[in-house]
Design a protein around this ligand. Sequence first.
Ligand code: ADP
Ligand code: MG
Length: 599
Amino acid sequence: MTKFEELGLQDTLLRAIQDMGFETPSEVQEKAIPILLNEETDIVALAQTGTGKTAAFGFPLIQKINAESRTTQGLILSPTRELCLQITNELKNYSKYENINVVAIYGGASITDQARQVKKGAQIVVATPGRMQDMINRRLVDITKIEYCVLDEADEMLNMGFYEDITSILSHTPDDKSTWLFSATMPREVSNIAKKFMHTPQEITVGSRNSGSDKVRHEFYAVSGRDRYLALKRLADANPDIFSVVFCRTKRDTQSVAEKLIEDGYNAAAIHGDLSQNQRDLVMKSFRTRQIQMLVATDVAARGIDVDNITHVINYQLPDEIETYTHRSGRTGRAGKDGVSMVIVTKSEMRKIKSIERKIQKKFEQKAIPTGIEICQVQLFHLANKIHNTEVNEQVDEYLPAIMEIFEDTSKEDLIKRMVSVEFNRFYNYYNNKRDLNQPKGNSEERSSRGASNDHSTRYFINVGEKDGYDWMRLKDFLKETLDLGRDDVYKVDVKESFSFFNTDNDKKEKVLAHFTDFKVDGRFVNVEESTNTGGGGGGGRRRRDGGGGRRRRDGGGNSGGGDRRRSRRSENSSSDGGRRRRSDRNDGGGFRGRSRRK
Ligand code: ADP
Ligand code: MG
């Protein structure tokens, strides 16, 4: 593996890189940096979002700038104010051991302040096209002597309609400068720019052109149009740690979806063009600091969102342009992390999924909107893990004797049950017996992923999940091997954090259940039970993991010894909500999270 030291970077940069904690160059950095350092050339670099493009041009640029001269030598154009500030910040970090001034120029802030900073001597200017044009017109900045011009996120700049501004800005720059174009995708408009304004540029491509990040999984969920919002809530509830951007098509939808989410108790907010710059800044700040878990955004407003660790991108509605889908899904799966891009579709939009698949050259997985009971299970285990992993506050010690007294007669098992019930009950009460939101399948048998059991297939619950190191492929392999089954005998494997589901045909049921009676892996009981979580009607047939009052194992929850697998003991009709629904439940119930509301 190449190291930063081998790319030809000077010592001051290497020290800064070390301070930032970067260990090895990313692919685009490894390819671009030596070329840019050693040659005066134009370059077109295509790499997905989150692959480290800023440093790929930033390091060579810093190294090439003459710090002795105060002339503006480098210009970076970037689509939004947020990106502009982010790049400026990064460049300042890179150049901390140099004497280089980097100045940001963007709309929505005082132009005279910015002009003053430029005047003090800015070797590098980072600008949004609109404000740059403005400052050129007012002669507040001089770019006639620049040697390097970077067009960052070129595809997004063009998407946002900055073509005219860019051409006009470039007309003020010298012909013999080098132009470095960085982009995630290469639509026609970008290659036009390259043809028109660049001299035989070298091209670097990381990954395939126009494809999304490899770290992103693409999923779609088919629902009827009127269930879109309920589906969104279920997706959120089934992913308790979600940190997501939810894309809507219009400002109005963006606003109304966010409002509904807030009303239903989620940490959500809207970001769109009708908000003032100040409001947008506040929203982005809360999002970065995770006070907001679901940011509902229009495509234009989202251009500036450059936040790492987004776990899910949710396409509440699909965009008109396929290109836009690539941008949306590129918000997740950044900096080496995994991400999921979910699409909520109606039947009539199914064609679009095909076109997107062709474009991104990746397959979508059709998934089922989780049933109410599946969500309850996810939440229950999430809560149990959370309690288990909580750091104990020593302040509690003082009250412990008194608290112990309260629980004197409570067994450990009972105590745990009560503790998890505190929160679990809310979900259970909301989701119990809620209907299935999934659109019944038309033709595509293969794609069907309705989880629940049906006439010929049995759905199982198994008490191992992601935290045991399984993903769906590993679990499928494990089950095939353990049960000695064929390639396609285990299907619809759905791995959650600490448990999973899978299906087999009915004729395998006896074998599966018998095999996992008293079955241990690494000294731990692995337990498989039939899951009859159809989620609607008839009492839901909820699994009972214990026979009620019987012995239970802490580690696996497996029934000890005997094979008497007791089925649901809950009475069929005992599950009514008893009028205890909350206001937010008037549609579907379910969907509420966290205690905190919008700040
Ligand atoms: P892009 O412009 O390609 O979308 P960025 O330049 O914004 O990506 O980088 C994405 C993230 O990865 C940033 O948080 C950045 O600090 C980090 N990063 C970039 N290069 C490296 C590296 N070589 N090692 C570790 N982290 C890196
Ligand atoms: Mg970038």
